[in-house]
Design a protein around this ligand. Structure first.
Ligand SMILES: *[C@@H]1O[C@H](CO)[C@@H](O)[C@H](O)[C@H]1NC(C)=O
Ligand SMILES: *[C@@H]1O[C@H](CO)[C@@H](O)[C@H](O)[C@H]1NC(C)=O
Length: 199
């Protein structure tokens, strides 16, 4: 199975969905008023008030806020849409990491001592991709409790990979850094899912 292709396939479906979820109006990019200081009612769609709400329970609030604000679509997304966007960031990062692992494993002059760890990571990332795939399905069917289970499993996969690389230098350093980013993204997704409420 080709992991990057699998992830891309997920997002061919996911991405239009992220837009459908929250758009009563057909316009893909509604004009955003940046200067009108309208009194904020309970936020349901887009904007910084909703992003604040989404990140309220995040253990790393600044990371969460800047991540969500970095998505242009976050201006018009609802909470579920914000979770989709975070899943997309996880999948993009996981695809890149998976490609990197495969390239390192394929490189005959790579450090042989790291190969065991990289093979562990290769399997772990394959599993992680499945967890994100399952998370998307659970989000679609509003099974928020299930998403928490999948995301915890994804975090366990990242830790399995990290465990295999621990103590190594060289190309392991870059993978350890990638792991950290993806772990942070998964924790952020978890915290936003908590803001969605109980299943
Ligand atoms: C990984 O996610 C971060 C957000 O934390 C993003 O800025 C970056 O572009 C992503 N990397 C890839 C390869 O998608
Ligand atoms: C693996 O290595 C071979 C020979 O070095 C190269 O031709 C091939 O493109 C590589 N495959 C990947 C997936 O990097």
């Amino acid at each position: 199975m080709n992991t990057p292709t699998t992830i891309l396939t997920i997002f061919v479906f996911l991405f239009p969905l992220a837009f459908c979820l929250d758009s009563p109006a057909p316009a893909p990019s509604a004009p955003v008023s940046v200067s009108t200081p309208a009194p904020a009612p309970a936020p349901t769609h887009g904007g910084h008030a909703l992003i604040d709400k989404a990140c309220a329970e995040s253990p790393r609030k600044e990371f969460c806020l800047s991540l969500l604000k970095s998505f242009p679509e976050s201006q018009t997304a609802d909470l579920k849409g914000l979770v989709f966007l975070t899943f997309k960031a996880i999948a993009n990062n996981a695809t890149a990491a998976s490609k990197r692992i495969k390239a390192l494993l394929n490189d005959s002059i790579a450090e042989p001592a790291i190969d065991d760890g990289l093979s562990t990571c290769d399997d772990a990332y394959l599993d992680l991709v499945n967890q994100i795939d399952d998370s998307v399905n659970s989000l679609v069917s509003d099974k928020f409790g299930e998403i928490k289970t999948w995301l915890m499993a994804a975090i366990a996969d990242i830790d399995t990979c990290a465990g295999g690389l621990q103590g190594h230098g060289g190309s392991a350093v870059d993978m350890i850094r990638r792991n950290r980013v993806i772990r942070q993204l998964c924790n952020t997704a978890l915290s936003i899912v908590r803001a969605l409420g109980p299943d």
